[in-house]
Design a protein around this ligand. Sequence first.
Ligand code: ATP
Ligand code: MG
Length: 632
Amino acid sequence: MPTYKETHRRSLADRDAFWREQAALVDWHAPFERVLDYARPPFSRWFVGGRTNLCHNAIDRHLATRGDQAALVYLSTETDESRRYTFRELHAEVNRFAGVLKELGVGRGDRVLIYMPMIPEAAFAMLACVRVGAIHSVVFGGFAAASLATRIDDARPKAMVTADAGMRGGKPVPYKHLVDESLRLAKYPPAAVVIVDRRLDRDMPRVAGRDLDYAALRAQHMDARVPCEWLESSEPSYILYTSGTTGKPKGVQRDTGGYAVALASSMRSIFCVQPGETMFTTSDIGWVVGHSYIIYAPLINGSTTIMYEGLPIRPDPAIWWRIVEEHRVRTMFSSPTAIRVLKKQDPAFMRKHDLSSLEYLFLAGEPLDEPTARWASESLGVAIVDNYWQTETGWPILSAQPGIEQTPRKFGSPSFPVVGYDVRLLHEATGEEVGANEKGVLTIAPPLPPGCMTTVWGDDERFVRTYFSTFRDKPFYSTFDWATRDDDGYYFVLGRTDDVINVAGHRLGTREIEEAVQAHPGVAEVAVVGVADQVKGQVPVAFAVVKDPARVATPQDAAAMRKEVMDTVDRQLGAIARPGQVHFVTLLPKTRSGKLLRRSIQALAEGRDPGDLTTIEDPGALEQIRAALAAR
Ligand code: ATP
Ligand code: MG
């Protein structure tokens, strides 16, 4: 068995041979002529001339060998429904949906906007789109009408797919009402809106001629057999917008062949799920993790995927582990945010179920602090794997790769560069590579590996300007994240480049200070932002959520706790990093994908407008920040 180091080195030094081997993991209708065309940097085209189809690879090719195996298991704790689709049944449903799309005139290159809750029909719609060569743009259900309208106008879809309503915490959330509002705002509304009616919203409005009922259309296409459209490898499969944590979201365009190969490869090298085994990814189809690891990767791999509609703590905080036990889940994929939610619950819930099938819990999306990683590892008794990536890349950039070699993991580190990624840490000002334990901007020397974004939808110039123009004379892809590499080659992601705090000339990553605060065992979660200060330039200000509210119940208690937190930071990082203020709140403002809205917190702390808040999970969290600042 080659080691990780050898494999990674070979993936870069002998790129063509390496990816040619990986390409054998998927079916090609016509073979590719070249592995990589990099004639027009930084644009790369993978598997040039090859013809394939994502839906064929996800479904059709498994029919002969695993037609009766479960492909998609849908579990909803919102509606108490569960449905199980074998590959054969999934094939039938996707063909029906594809038949409907064809009837609406949707074909190769057309866009379809999907605004759906976590129900199987959302997966059918995505797979049906790629089957007919249409480009899906899934927008997270829950974005406000204005955000949806912007995405409609950017993609100009021929059709939209939605549902009457979603469910959250037991309450219906109207979708169709919101779609109608967005269509009033949009400049380029589609001619057809297909509605999956879950009968959750009796007052759902309908527009005659435009709105179509999916159940009725499906009934007309029960026996549909729609052939897969064989796309050239570089033809787009989908558009997906970044989370919008730092500003205007960017429309990430994904190819077809490169994405299929990258995902298939990652299931072996990183996620270690065999065909026939089960993967449970707790994300949402509106996010990149949902695209890659709820839908495409497990299915391409011939695995069973679990699609879960519901919260991690309803009906009780053991729900995920009950699912793991009942479905013999092999690999689970979630986020640090979700684990921090569970950390606030009674630990007995973590031990209620038999987790013997579960080998790995992968976590991505936000920094995974060491105490949380340690806590999860100890309370679940499974391997916790931090992996770092972006909507742009579509699959992990940094991760342990246990399918290649079982390298020891260090808590707080997403380990090493994934095969195919030429990761470099560059000095922010000089662009030179930094040494061990020095902070640098995490960049990727191009060409980007297969699966990564091929351009910004409709805007090649923005692609180059945004991602490849940070360093003069060095057109590397910038992730806009800070990182260090230790003496053993382990990477540590320190936060975003625009989240650096400059205290009296010392540059501190917000994540470093957050980690230090979190070393206090009473703290469940914390956000640290830099606030302008006349003397020091900036001072760190912390907003912490404590595990036990009794610890900060009275002003005296809060003062004592505040001192403990400051002392903890002093011990961990030194007094220079000590927060000037520590506020206690019960909730932090986050995006719907669980990312801290540090920019908005910082704006409030500096008395500015918090900016665009359409992606915020709970506006009450910002109110708490406002109140905490006012009470000072
Ligand atoms: P936008 O680019 O629109 O501001 P976003 O960056 O939040 O939004 P995503 O692509 O969903 O959108 O998030 C990727 C970012 O999340 C990374 O650049 C990094 O800052 C953070 N991230 C993801 N995984 C990890 C991880 N394992 N450790 C630390 N940070 C992570
Ligand atoms: Mg980003």
